[in-house]
Write a protein that binds this ligand. Structure first.
Ligand code: SF4
Length: 436
C-alpha cells in the first residue's frame, strides 16, 4: 500500500507554491497525498514567521500533526523553521527541519529522517544562500490557477520585516526554467498563471544575463495557448514604464497590479525603511491609470507601526481613500524579534491597533464595492473556479481585474474562461449572467 503524505501551508503564495511542489515530488515517488486531517505516514508543515501569530500557528499545527500520528515522520520547513530551528526542534516529535532551502530534496530528506535515531536539521545561514533552488511541479490537484515561483529572497530590509533574514539575498530562476514550467502548465490546461516570489520586481538579480520582470512577462506572454498571466506583489519602486506598458499592451496579462503601500504617512514610511514617499506613490498610480484606467490596484497596509499617532493613521486612512484601491489587505503591526522596528519606542496598544484595523477594513469594503460597481453593465471574462457554497448551478470566478463574480451555469465549467454580463453588486462581488 502506498505511503501517505499530508501537507499544511501557512503564510504567503510562495509557500503555497512550494508546498504544491513538495506534494508533487512525493506523488512522483509513489506516495499518496492526503488531507492534513487524515492519518498519514509523513506530515510536512510549511511554516511562516511574518508575525508572531505565524510562529504560534506554526507550532500549533506541528503539535496537531504529532498528535494525529506519533509514528509519522514530521518535517518542518519554511520561514519559521529557518529563523528558529531550535524552537522547532524543541517540539517533541519533530523529525526533520529544513528551513527555506532543500525543499527540492524533501523526499530524500524525509527518508533519511525516517532512519535517523535523532532529528535531522539542514538549516544553514540564509544570508549565504546564493542559488535559486528550482522546484518543479509535475502535477497539480486543482487546475484553475497555477503559481510559478520566479525569484527568491529580498534585500530591502524594511524595518518590520524578518523575510530578508529568513529567505536570504536576491536570486532569480532562469527564464528558460520559468518558460518550461509555464508551457507545461498551459499544456495541462491551467487557465491562469500567477508569477510569485518574495520580491518579484527584482527579477533578474543574480542571473548572468541582463533581464528584468518586464522582459520575462513579454517572453511568457508569447507562450502559445496561454490564457491569463497575473503578477504577484510588485514593490512600487520596481514598477517601470516598460512593465506598465506590458500590462497595458498584452491582452493575456491581467489588468491588476498588487503594489504594497504599507503606510500613507511619510514619517511612518521612513521609519519602515520604505524608500518612497506618498507623493511618489500617488504619482506612480497616476501614471499606471493614465495608461490603463480600469486597472485593479490592490495593496497591503500595516497599521499600528511603532510611533503611529492618530494623525499618522488619519493620513494613511485619507491616502487609501484618495487612491481608491480596489482591495486593501490590512495587517496589524506585530513586532518580530531581530528586526529594527521591534525595539522602536512607541509600540501601539493592541486595542488601538484593533480599532484602526477595523476602520481600514470598513474603508476597504467601500472601496471594493465602488470599484466593482464600475463594471455593472459591462461584458466581462471570468475564470470559472467552482460552484458557490450550497448551490451547484451558481458558479464563482475572478475577472482579470480581480473581482469575484457569481453567475449561473448548469455545465461543469471549472477552469474555463467564460463571458458574462455584470448585472449588480452582491456584497463586494458582482452578480452576472452568462453570455452565449
Ligand atoms: S520588500 Fe520589505 S516587506 Fe517585502 S519582503 Fe522585502 S523586506 Fe519584507
Amino acid at each position: 500500500m502506498a505511503k501517505k503524505a499530508a501537507f499544511f501551508t501557512l503564510g504567503c503564495k510562495t509557500n503555497q507554491y512550494e508546498t504544491e511542489a513538495m506534494a508533487s515530488a512525493f506523488r512522483s515517488h509513489g506516495y499518496e497525498t492526503v488531507d492534513f486531517d487524515e492519518t498519514a505516514d509523513v506530515y510536512i508543515i510549511n511554516t511562516c514567521t511574518v508575525t508572531h501569530l505565524g510562529d504560534r500557528k506554526s507550532r500549533q499545527v506541528i503539535r496537531r500533526a504529532v498528535r494525529k500520528n506519533p509514528e509519522a515522520v514530521i518535517g518542518v520547513t519554511g520561514c519559521y523553521a529557518q529563523t528558529s530551528p531550535g524552537e522547532v526542534l524543541n517540539i517533541p516529535g519533530v523529525d526533520l527541519v529544513i528551513g527555506t532551502r532543500d525543499k527540492s530534496r524533501i523526499v530524500e530528506l524525509v527518508e533519511e529522517a525516517e532512519k535517523s535515531p535523532r532529528p535531522v536539521n539542514t538549516v544553514g545561514d540564509a544570508m549565504s544562500y546564493r542559488e535559486f533552488e528550482d522546484l518543479t511541479i509535475l502535477d497539480y490537484e486543482n487546475r484553475t490557477r497555477a503559481f510559478v515561483k520566479i525569484q527568491e529572497g529580498c534585500s530591502n530590509f524594511c524595518s518590520y520585516c524578518i523575510i530578508p533574514y529568513a529567505r536570504g539575498p536576491l536570486r532569480s530562476r532562469t527564464p528558460e526554467s520559468v518558460l518550461t514550467e509555464v508551457r507545461k502548465l498551459v499544456a495541462q490546461g491551467f487557465g491562469e498563471i500567477v508569477l510569485t516570489g518574495i520580491h518579484i520586481g527584482a527579477y533578474g538579480a543574480g542571473l548572468s544575463e541582463q533581464t528584468d520582470l518586464s522582459d520575462l512577462v513579454v517572453r511568457i506572454a508569447l507562450t502559445p495557448g496561454l490564457k491569463r498571466l497575473r503578477l504577484g506583489s510588485v514593490e512600487p519602486l520596481d514598477i517601470t514604464p516598460r512593465l506598465i506598458d506590458a500590462v497595458a499592451r498584452i491582452r493575456t496579462v491581467c489588468r491588476h497590479l498588487h503594489i504594497p503601500l504599507q503606510s500613507g504617512d511619510d514619517h511612518i514610511l521612513q521609519m519602515m525603511n520604505r524608500k518612497y514617499t506618498t507623493f511618489e506613490f500617488s504619482r506612480l498610480i497616476g501614471a499606471i491609470r493614465g495608461q490603463i484606467p480600469e486597472i485593479a490596484i490592490t495593496t497591503d497596509v500595516i497599521t499600528g507601526f511603532p510611533g503611529e499617532t492618530d494623525e499618522h493613521f488619519d493620513n494613511t486612512y485619507e491616502f487609501i481613500k484618495d487612491i481608491g484601491f480596489s482591495r486593501t489587505h490590512v495587517f496589524k503591526y506585530s513586532p518580530r524579534k531581530g528586526t529594527p522596528a521591534a525595539v522602536l519606542p512607541g509600540q501601539v496598544p493592541a486595542e488601538v491597533k484593533d480599532l484602526r484595523s477595523r476602520r481600514l477594513i470598513a474603508l476597504d469594503r467601500e472601496n471594493q464595492k465602488r470599484y466593482a460597481a464600475g463594471f455593472i453593465g459591462s461584458n466581462l471574462e471570468v475564470l470559472a473556479e467552482e460552484p458557490a457554497d450550497g448551490d451547484n448551478d451558481l458558479w464563482e470566478g475572478l475577472t482579470d481585474t480581480y473581482i469575484r463574480v457569481l453567475f449561473k451555469s448548469s455545465e461543469d465549467i471549472r477552469g474555463k474562461l467564460v463571458n458574462v454580463r455584470a448585472v449588480k453588486l452582491k456584497g463586494t462581488s458582482l452578480l452576472a449572467r452568462m453570455r452565449i
